[in-house]
Design a binder for this molecule. Structure first.
Ligand code: PLP
Length: 381
């Protein structure tokens, strides 16, 4: 049979056609008025998605580059920080902070367990010298969403800044930077922002800029002061990823046209349908705080999780994601992120059902697809 490939992974994600074709066009030079205008439309347009009045800085890097930039620009050798590790990406904050020689208080959570602003405030009181708290909006590895608003309320009562990895969440689930008082948000292009990997974004509050002014870490490529100076000249200090910026302009237009609230609601409906579908198959969610970016599902007893994901991906061509780290083989993840529709979810669920049937898992074939269809039919707008 013809094997058509479907991307149902939490990054990279499918890309709208009008953004996709931009990458095939002849390249233009970046030190031109035409490019500067597009660049500024992206830098300004991104403020709408971050829900901030602050400047947005754009790096040619993957999302992790902006995470490292946050550490390098805010802190100084030996500073104390808190990292919240509820999965692969929260763990990454700790790895970066330790790589930079920081004094790290790492809060290690079971994957999918909640953590509250009150708990964070207690931790901050216990460590009054902490300069920054590093958290994750959407923990893609466990399919969780954290209560960033409550974290921001906790850090606001202290001198510490709140730095949020919103790489998979920004533009898919609410995180209004200014309204909630988040000090730093980092984002990446290949998730809800609906273009290929290669751009990272960062925005900082005034409280965070004060730390930048006093940071003693050495830095060069990710020196935010250089980006700030260049932004005043409608450009970046080094060659921007020209084609990606042009693609980003297209999807910002798309997101603006739909409206952020409608996009959030879209992700919520896809996530609800996915959750209903897997539960109708007798499967359980990993997370107690499931988000609308990716659904992490426990592999049932008697099913080989690695073989399951392999069948769905290699045999059927449907790129769902497996589990990471110690959850490899124990969970699989269906993303509902970026330029996806109801039918991407139905495709993913049907492929999972076929692969489950191949392993002799006992269930009512079609029950998952049916549950998803019922939600889509009811919620279709
Ligand atoms: C994808 C992702 C990252 C990593 O981004 P890269 O672009 O691979 O560097 C970090 N955090 C979260 C929550 C993610 O989903």
């Amino acid at each position: 049979m013809i094997k058509k490939l479907y991307l149902v992974s939490p990054g990279p994600v499918p890309i709208p056609e009008d953004a996709l074709v931009e990458a095939a066009k002849p390249i233009i030079h970046h030190r031109t008025e035409i490019f500067s205008d597009i660049f500024m439309e992206v830098a300004e347009g991104m403020k709408y998605i971050f829900q901030t009045k602050q400047d947005i800085f754009i790096f040619a890097s993957s999302g992790t580059g902006a995470m490292e930039a946050a550490v390098a620009n805010l802190l100084s050798p030996g500073d104390e920080v808190i990292t919240i590790n509820g999965g692969k990406f929260g763990e990454r904050w700790g790895e970066i902070a330790r790589a930079w020689g920081l004094n790290v208080h790492e809060i290690v959570l079971e994957w999918g367990e909640p953590y509250t602003g009150d708990q964070l405030y207690e931790e901050l009181k216990a460590h009054p010298n902490v300069k920054a708290v590093f958290a994750t909006l959407s923990e893609t590895s466990s399919g969780s969403v954290y209560d960033i608003k409550s974290f921001a309320e906790a850090t606001a009562k202290t001198d510490a800044v709140l730095v949020v990895d919103a790489i998979s969440g920004l533009g898919a689930t609410p995180c209004p930077m200014d309204e909630w008082g988040v000090d730093v948000i980092v984002a990446g292009s290949q998730k809800a922002l609906m273009i290929p990997p290669g751009l990272a974004y960062i925005a900082l509050s005034e409280k965070a800029w004060n730390l930048v002014e006093n940071s003693k870490f050495p830095k060069y490529y990710f020196d935010l002061k250089a980006y700030k100076k260049s932004l005043g000249k409608k450009t970046t200090p080094y060659t921007p990823a020209i084609s990606l910026i042009i693609q980003q302009k297209k999807t910002i237009d798309f997101i603006k046209k739909m409206g952020l609230e409608t996009i959030f609601e879209h992700h919520r409906i896809l996530a609800d349908a996915t959750r209903a579908a897997v539960q109708a198959l007798g499967l359980e969610l990993l997370s107690k705080i499931p988000g609308n970016i990716a659904t992490a599902v426990k592999v049932p007893e008697g099913v080989d999780g690695i073989a399951l994901v392999k069948t769905v991906q290699k045999k059927y061509g449907v790129y769902i994601a497996g589990g990471q780290s110690s959850y490899k083989g124990k969970i699989f993840r269906i993303a509902h992120l970026g330029y996806m529709s109801a039918f991407d979810i139905i495709t993913a669920i049907s492929a999972v059902e076929m692969a489950l049937a191949e392993q002799g898992y006992k269930f009512d074939m079609g029950a998952g697809v049916k549950a998803a269809m019922e939600i889509f039919r009811r919620e279709w707008k």
